[in-house]
Design a protein around this ligand. Structure first.
Ligand code: AMP
Length: 414
């Protein structure tokens, strides 16, 4: 399969072919029906190439049926977070530039002053990428109208519903023309997403890429047994002794993000906190510095667990374990993106050992537990049972069943 077989213009197909060898399974399955104008429902994780999938479809549709220079947007892409809005806007703008398509893409999100966004919309626009609350504010102020929308993309729909945006989605839906195309992307298909799809999509082409054909990301998972009180020291030790070029470290609270980053900084590392209470400007700056390797360690709450795409991120650390088992998958999926390898390290202490066992069980996997010399836990950790031997007893080889389970988890990451 090549990009030129998907029904894309020569410009778009070659823009992709210059960057990638071939379409991902999600791109191969979703682009043709989307270009044909059908509603599409896609079950896809971040990292599957879904952003380019809808970006290509949207640009191709726009290219093929530009209105009479109307200045109200014809395409609306709704996303759950500001970071994802910026990322999606970037993918669209890059592709449009590479393919020499003169489309105007506007990205709007909350947490920053509304005035520059109103100014930017003043001359009209073609494609709007938005978070829901800010979009509604802009509509109320007459900065944008949604009655010309022909194509709606809901990206990470499950995340939008988790964050409580259902009512805002309804309000936006009421502003759209009755007839429009909808493309819905979601990593999971719980009842809420199914009901959203049922009410919003008409005879959709449903795409769930067979796990077997998705390239499993190559993530080496480690669990390190350590006393809770020594985690920061251990983290510093690992960053230095294992020469981690960059690491994304997950903690449970904003306070912990500030505190751990501060301690690392005082120990001479370039570390920054990342959480929802920071200003949008600061968050963007931290991500930009991290991508540019100016910052070596970002200590983040789960606000960074999904959507954020940091190319070439080699290490993710669960300093605090995630509360819910699926979040483990989302967090470690920040590494090993786009075919690269990565490492996910979880700190396990006496009071979190049982929770880690539960995360493993829910995700059907067994992670080898290790101790780092000089950081052996003084507090007694529960014994590792023999039936978790694949991960539990040092040096013992994983059974076939354990390997299958772990492969299942990794497949589900893409
Ligand atoms: P997603 O979060 O699903 O949009 O995936 C994003 C990652 O997939 C980015 O790092 C892209 O550069 C990468 N990507 C997109 N399309 C392809 C492709 N056809 N082949 C390989 N990687 C791709």
């Amino acid at each position: 399969m090549s990009f030129s077989n998907l029904g894309l213009s020569v410009g778009l197909a070659s823009a992709m072919a210059r960057q990638f060898a071939s379409p991902t399974p999600v791109q191969a399955a979703a682009i043709p029906p989307a270009i044909a104008g059908r509603d599409v429902l896609v079950c896809a994780q971040t990292g599957s190439g879904k952003t380019a999938a809808f970006a290509l479809a949207v640009l191709q549709r726009w290219f093929g049926q530009q209105g009479p220079g109307g200045r109200q947007p014809q395409t609306l892409i709704l996303v759950p977070t500001r970071e994802l809005a910026v990322q999606v806007g970037g993918v669209l703008s890059n592709l449009a530039r590479e393919a020499a398509i003169g489309v105007k893409v506007s990205v709007v999100f909350g947490g920053v002053s509304i005035n520059p966004q109103m100014m930017a919309l003043r001359g009209g626009t073609d494609i709007v990428v938005a978070t829901t609350g800010r979009l509604l504010d802009l509509v109320e102020r007459n900065a944008v109208h949604l009655d010309q929308i022909r194509c709606l993309v809901l990206d990470e729909a499950d995340r939008m519903l988790d964050l409580g945006f259902a009512e805002e989605l309804d309000r936006i839906d009421a502003l759209l023309p009755r007839q429009h195309q909808s493309l819905l992307f979601s990593a999971t298909f719980g009842p809420a997403v199914r009901s959203l799809a049922h009410t919003r999509l008409q005879d959709p082409q449903t795409i769930t890429v067979d796990a077997d054909v998705q390239a499993p990301p190559d993530i080496r998972q480690r669990a390190i047994r350590v006393d809770a009180s020594r985690r920061t020291q251990l983290l510093r030790h690992l960053v230095t002794s294992e020469a981690w070029p960059r690491a994304l470290v997950f903690v449970a609270t904003k306070y912990a993000a500030e505190m751990v980053a501060d301690k690392l900084r005082r120990a001479g590392l370039e570390a920054e906190p990342f959480h929802a209470q920071l200003s949008q400007g600061k968050r963007s700056q931290v991500l930009a510095d991290f991508k540019a390797s100016v910052v070596q360690v970002v200590v983040a709450t789960d606000v960074a667990a999904r959507g954020v795409d940091i190319a070439g991120l080699p290490v993710v650390v669960n300093y605090d374990l995630p509360r819910a088992a699926p979040d483990y998958v989302h967090r470690i999926g920040r590494t090993a993106r786009a075919g690269q390898t990565g490492m996910a390290v979880s700190f396990v202490s006496a009071d979190t050992a049982a929770h880690f066992a539960l995360i493993e069980k829910r995700n059907g996997l067994s992670v080898v537990q290790e101790e780092v010399p000089g950081f052996e836990p003084a507090q007694v950790l529960p014994a590792i049972s023999a039936d978790r031997a694949a991960g539990g007893i040092k040096g013992q080889r994983p059974s076939k069943k354990d390997k299958l389970r772990a492969a299942g988890l990794l497949q589900s990451l893409r």
